[in-house]
Design a protein around this ligand. Structure first.
Ligand SMILES: Nc1nc2c(ncn2[C@@H]2O[C@H](COP(=O)(O)OP(=O)(O)OP(=O)(O)O)[C@@H](O)[C@H]2O)c(=O)[nH]1
Ligand SMILES: [Mg+2]
Length: 547
């Protein structure tokens, strides 16, 4: 049958694919794929337009009147290339025979394998640069503080960090995400058209997808297209970046917990880099895999606990010399590591990518008055932080609770500086650390245009200092502020330190502000402002303070 005998573009598409009409005379055409006996329902009007557009077919309203109702199984339409259809429409008889979907994919895979230029080195690993397409939604009455464009922009930065090549993006306004496919079915068709037009290999969604949504979207886009969400992307980045045993255990655990309910071909990204591809897992296999996964999760938890125990002991030892700890917190890419490097001469990786730092790094830093403190760099925050990650990294984040001072680093040159600040505050609020004094740094002032206004605003906010970690602007002011804050948080003690504990006296001199020293028969009587932890150590030796 000649496809041109149909006026419905969808029908042309299906016939071209070699499908047979179910009822050639009826207005609502269904089609049967002969080899598989699969019955396709007609395309919706919207979908037909989308498919038609992707095929560059000119649609008349009379053409599409026939195309009604939802069409969910889209595999057939997806395989056709515009050029093929054009050739077919011009010369139906002599056009090249339709290349079956799997053969076309095989060819494409071979092409890919030869495409060595798409292997890039990221985080010391070879990553295949897949072509990615981003999809988000704007919820009506959205109370999120990130606009959709910004959220997608951030998603594209994440994709870039993960080693993907973003070729396009789209979004849809919805009351709430579609429970079956996250976006509406019409939009699914549109994305599918884009997948074909741009040769997309991975579609990344801006929110976490439910296991059902993931499955349905995978089905809609076909097996060769990887469907992935923001969470999977962040987990992927963390996996690539984890350097210490603890971080890599935490990430693996988070990944497995995410993977468990979604056990499909989701995690082929890394396997694909290794040259393999898990495909066509049978139901039974999935059940077996789920059990294996559960067992591994349990043993990982145990291992993680013992690693943490180790670190806790190390930390306890460290706190036996109670040097005040200043923790740098803030949104990812705010400049925390750059600041740490600048102030302590450390050599922590700082780069213009999200999540450069995963492991807390601590360095000694000298303050203007000669006192010292420990400066700790922490993992950056991000909006929509995956819950699995929050849980896994909780222990790392909780260490912030031991600090004497929190320094919130903000990239003030970022257009969304305010929203990022709020997102960080939200995570901090969940950590039960409100009692710790906080200093805010507006970093990257060298990149801002109206520096004076920003400085004025910082002045009004109080406890906010403008700096440039890059060129050193404002760092002296910052150091003085840290010194002042630490002093403010010190406790006044009067203690009689026995002579056999002479080392304590030198610690008090090193960390505290000593006001008076006297020598009695029992020991050194010392009056000083000292950090809280040191005051606790001195408790047995303390004397009642004179009022
Ligand atoms: N212009 C300018 N760039 C800066 C400044 N501070 C940091 N940067 C740049 O910002 C980027 C991110 O800096 P990092 O120090 O890696 O940021 P981070 O907060 O540690 O990021 P994560 O580890 O990902 O959380 C790097 O390219 C830095 O060179 C600054 O004061 N001015
Ligand atoms: Mg960093």
């Amino acid at each position: 049958m000649n496809a041109l005998s149909y006026t419905n573009p969808a029908a042309i598409v299906w016939t071209y694919c070699g499908w047979k009409p179910l009822n050639p005379k009826g207005p609502k055409l269904g089609f049967v794929r002969p080899s598989e006996g699969f019955i396709a329902r007609p395309l919706s009007l919207k979908r037909a337009v989308a498919v038609g557009e992707s095929l560059n077919l000119e649609l008349q309203s009379s053409d599409v009147k026939l195309a009604v109702k939802e069409f969910e199984q889209t595999e057939g339409a997806a395989a056709i290339r515009t050029q093929d259809v054009e050739n077919f429409l011009k010369e139906p008889e002599s056009a090249a025979p339709f290349v079956s979907r799997s053969a076309a994919k095989k060819n494409k895979k071979l092409e890919d394998q030869n495409d060595f230029t798409r292997f890039n080195v990221r985080n010391g690993r070879e990553v295949f640069e897949e072509r990615a397409y981003l999809v988000g939604i704007v919820r009506n009455g959205n109370d999120a503080f990130f606009g959709i464009e910004e959220s997608l922009h951030e998603l594209s930065q994440l994709a870039d960090t993960a080693g993907l090549n973003v070729v396009g993006s789209t979004y849809q306004k919805l009351g709430s995400p579609n429970p079956r496919t996250y976006i509406g079915s019409g939009k699914v068709g549109e994305v599918l058209a884009a997948i074909r037009a741009l040769d997309v290999e991975t579609v990344v969604f801006d929110d976490e997808l439910s296991p059902g949504q993931l499955r349905n979207l995978e089905r809609a886009f076909g097996r060769e297209v990887r469907v992935c969400d923001r969470t999977a992307l962040i987990l992927d980045i963390f996996n690539q970046r984890a350097a210490t045993r603890e971080a890599s255990l935490q990430v693996t655990l988070a990944q497995m917990e995410y993977q468990l309910p979604r056990l499909t071909r989701m995690w082929t990204h890394l396997e694909r880099q290794a040259g393999g591809m898990v495909k066509g897992m049978g139901e039974k296999q999935i059940e077996v895999d789920k059990r294996i996964l559960r067992d591994r999760i349990a043993s990982l938890r145990k291992e993680l606990e013992s690693v943490r125990q180790h670190r806790r002991q190390y930390r306890d030892r460290r706190s036996s010399v109670p040097v005040p700890v200043v923790s740098l917190v803030g949104y990812t890419n705010a400049g925390k590591s750059t600041l740490l490097n600048r102030l302590s001469g450390a050599d922590v990786l700082a780069e213009d990518r999200l999540f450069a730092t995963l492991d807390p790094t601590t360095r000694r830093m000298e303050l203007p008055d000669g006192k010292e403190c420990l400066l700790t760099d922490t993992v950056g925050f991000i909006q929509k932080l995956p819950t699995q990650l929050v849980a896994s990294f909780r222990a790392t984040l909780e260490e912030i609770g031991d600090s004497s001072l929190l320094v919130h680093v903000v990239d003030i040159s970022h257009p969304l500086a305010k929203q990022q600040t709020e997102a960080v505050k939200k995570v901090l609020a969940e950590l039960d650390i409100q009692h710790i004094p906080m200093l805010t740094l507006w970093n990257k002032v060298d990149r801002t245009r109206d520096t004076d206004t920003i400085r004025e605003e910082a002045g009004r906010t109080g406890d906010t200092i403008c700096i440039s970690a890059l060129n050193g602007d404002g760092l002296q002011e910052f150091c003085f502020a840290v010194e002042q804050k630490l002093k403010d948080s010190m406790v006044w003690v009067e203690a009689s330190v026995p002579y056999d504990k002479g080392e304590l006296v030198s610690i008090i001199h090193r960390l505290g502000i000593v006001k008076q020293v006297e020598y009695s028969e029992e020991g050194t009587i010392i009056k000083a402002h000292v950090p809280l932890q040191l005051a606790r150590q001195l408790t047995p030796m303390r004397q009642p303070c004179a009022l």
